[in-house]
Design a protein. Structure first.
Length: 203
C-alpha cells in the first residue's frame, strides 16, 4: 500500500523501490537491513527483537523471516502501522514515558537480543539541524537498549555521516565489544545515511 502510493506521488522511482514493489514488500528499507544482516549477522532464529521507527513495516517483515516462529518482535512507531502477523506493535513516541513503559513491560520476562532503530527526524537538508535531531534519536535508542538488552546483545541505529556521529561511535565502543559503521547499497545514492552496528554489549 505504502509503495503503491509512492509511485503515484513520485516522478522518479529508484531501483530498490521498484524491486520492493515487485516482491510485494512494504518498504525498500528491507534491502538496507538485508545488506547489514549479510555483513554483521545480528538476527538469528528464536531471537527477541525490539524495533524502533517501524512504520511502514519493511524491517519488521525482514526480521520475522530471520527470527522465525520461535522468535518475537516488538515494534514501535509514532505513526500507525498496518497489522503484520507475528509483530506486537506499540504506537507511541519513544520519548514519552508511557511508551517506554510499554516496551519495558513487554520485555520484562524475556529481554531483547537485538534493538534496531530506523528512526529518523523530518529531514530539512540542513546538517546543523538534522544531525542533532538524529543524535537525540540515537540516544533514546541506546537508552532503551541499555535497559532491555541481554548481555551480549546488539544495537543497530540509523545515523548520518559527520563529526558528531563519530563521537557517538566512540561512545558505543565503550559499551559494546564490536562497533561498525555500515552504508547499505540500498541507501539513496546522494544520501549521507549510514547505520551503526554495535554488538556484544557487556562482554
Amino acid at each position: 500500500m505504502y509503495l503503491k502510493l509512492l509511485i503515484k506521488t513520485t516522478k522518479s522511482i529508484d531501483y530498490y523501490t521498484l524491486k520492493a514493489i515487485k516482491l510485494g514488500l512494504r518498504s525498500r528499507a528491507w534491502f538496507k537491513l538485508d545488506d547489514i544482516q549479510k555483513a554483521d549477522n545480528i538476527l538469528k532464529p528464536g531471537m527477541t527483537v525490539v524495533e524502533l521507527g517501524s512504520n511502514p513495516g519493511g524491517w519488521s517483515e525482514y526480521v520475522l523471516d530471520k527470527i522465525g516462529k520461535q522468535g518475537s518482535i516488538i515494534a514501535c512507531d509514532i505513526l500507525p502501522m498496518d497489522n503484520l502477523k507475528g509483530v506486537y506493535f506499540i504506537q507511541g513516541n519513544c520519548f514519552d514515558i508511557a511508551t517506554l513503559e510499554k516496551i519495558y513491560l513487554k520485555t520484562k520476562d524475556s529481554k531483547a537480543d537485538v534493538v534496531i532503530s530506523d528512526m529518523s527526524p523530518a529531514i530539512t537538508g540542513i546538517p546543523s539541524i538534522d544531525i542533532p535531531k538524529t543524535i537525540e534519536l540515537i540516544k533514546i535508542a541506546l537508552k532503551i537498549g541499555l535497559t532491555i538488552l541481554k548481555p551480549g546483545g546488539s544495537l543497530l541505529v540509523k545515523a548520518f555521516q559527520g563529526e558528531r556521529i563519530a563521537n557517538i561511535y566512540n561512545k558505543l565502543r565503550t559499551i559494546f565489544n564490536k562497533v561498525n559503521i555500515r552504508t547499505p547499497k540500498a541507501s539513496h545514492i546522494f544520501s549521507r545515511e549510514a547505520y551503526i552496528v554495535a554488538k556484544e554489549i557487556g562482554l
